[in-house]
Design a protein. Structure first.
Length: 197
């Protein structure tokens, strides 16, 4: 059974350049000395899985750990890991130059951005597979898709066929046909005539 962690002596710490005092990393721990040693070991150990993290690359590219310091900035008496992570996030929010790869308490916006990026990367990696699956699905569910499309068109008939003014030539057209209309000679010639005048 793992040892229960004691959050009475929690520490928020910085890794910063000794010369410029620029903070590149904010972290939290309940055992500062061990964490400090751990950062130095990972930074200098090519076999470690975190060796290529941007914070360690920054340290190595700028002279190594001799030119950086790991300093405690806030000492806290807390009850849980959640409280410690919240305090760490508050400290991280004060800096724009951080190289932390993970956020202890990610914001909803940050989570959305990560999901969007992950989804995009997945789609690009599996593009052919996704196209094949979609094609197969459309073939297997052709009748259902046709019924759903027909129902949608009936429900949205007013929107689709409601006339409005084309922003390019001021002609009346429907939303359904706007793209085709704006490629038409009438719309294109109207734009050219106005530009030439």
């Amino acid at each position: 059974m793992p040892r229960k962690q004691d959050y009475n002596q929690s520490v928020i710490y910085h890794i910063r350049c000794i010369e410029t005092k620029e903070v590149i990393y904010v972290g939290s721990t309940t055992n500062f000395e061990n964490r400090k040693r751990s950062h130095k070991n990972v930074c200098n150990n090519e076999k470690d899985k975190n060796y290529n993290l941007s914070s360690y690359c920054q340290i190595r590219n700028n002279g190594g750990f001799d030119y950086f310091e790991v300093i405690p900035v806030i000492f806290l008496n807390l009850e849980s890991k959640t409280q410690l992570l919240i305090e760490e996030q508050k400290e991280m929010d004060k800096y724009d130059t951080l190289l932390n790869k993970q956020f202890p308490v990610p914001s909803i916006q940050h989570k959305k951005e990560l999901k969007k990026k992950h989804d995009f990367e997945y789609r690009m990696k599996h593009l052919d597979e996704i196209k094949t699956q979609k094609k197969k699905y459309r073939e297997e569910h052709r009748e259902e898709i046709a019924k759903a499309s027909k129902l949608w068109r009936e429900k949205n008939k007013e929107v689709l066929f409601k006339l409005f003014q084309c922003p390019k030539c001021n002609c009346m057209t429907s939303k359904k046909h706007i793209a085709r209309h704006q490629k038409s000679a009438k719309c294109l010639n109207y734009n050219r005539e106005n530009i030439s005048q």
